[in-house]
Design a protein around this ligand. Structure first.
Ligand SMILES: [Fe+2]
Ligand SMILES: [Fe+2]
Length: 160
């Protein structure tokens, strides 16, 4: 029985495209990506521990964003908070199944979270990031993203 998943389609890595500009949020999001990736890469024996770390991270991550929204009276926060609650619910359901021996379902969850995260950050976290920057420094964040696609620098030089 193989206990290590194949590397293919099992990597979830941080990219600057996920950076929203509000430092505390970006740090948390980098940790989220690491936690999800750790579940994807875990052997069957390590799945419960990595999943517990992801669950712990997710509780803190979402509680922090929920608190930012509540404390600053962020408008239209309900849908964002509901998404957090739904994810936490799924994580705890998966933990229950994993404790009954269904290890693969943790990787399914991690793959699902890797698909969910970019949309969630683009539509919901980005608005909160702008809002928090306005609250704390009085303006929208300027996000500098590295673009390391080959040829991109040449393209930019040709345009200028
Ligand atoms: Fe987030
Ligand atoms: Fe969020």
């Amino acid at each position: 029985m193989s206990s290590t998943p194949p590397k293919t389609d099992a990597e979830f890595e941080w990219t600057d495209a996920y950076a929203m500009g509000y430092g505390p949020m970006d740090e948390t999001h980098e940790e989220f990506v690491q936690c999800v990736n750790a579940v994807l890469q875990a052997s069957d024996d390590d799945i419960p521990a990595r999943l517990e770390e992801l669950a712990q991270h997710s509780r803190e991550h979402f509680a922090e964003e929920d608190r930012w929204m509540t404390e600053t009276d962020f408008p239209a926060r309900e849908c964002h908070m509901n998404e957090h609650a739904a994810v936490l619910q799924s994580v705890s359901e998966v933990q229950a199944l994993v404790s009954q021996g269904h290890r693969e379902i943790a990787r399914d969850l991690a793959r699902e979270l890797a698909r969910w995260f970019p949309g969630h950050t683009d539509y919901l976290d980005s608005a909160l990031s702008h809002w928090m920057c306005k609250q704390t420094i009085g303006g929208k964040p300027v996000v500098l993203r590295r673009d390391i696609r080959s040829g991109k620098i040449d393209e930019l030089l040709a345009e200028s």
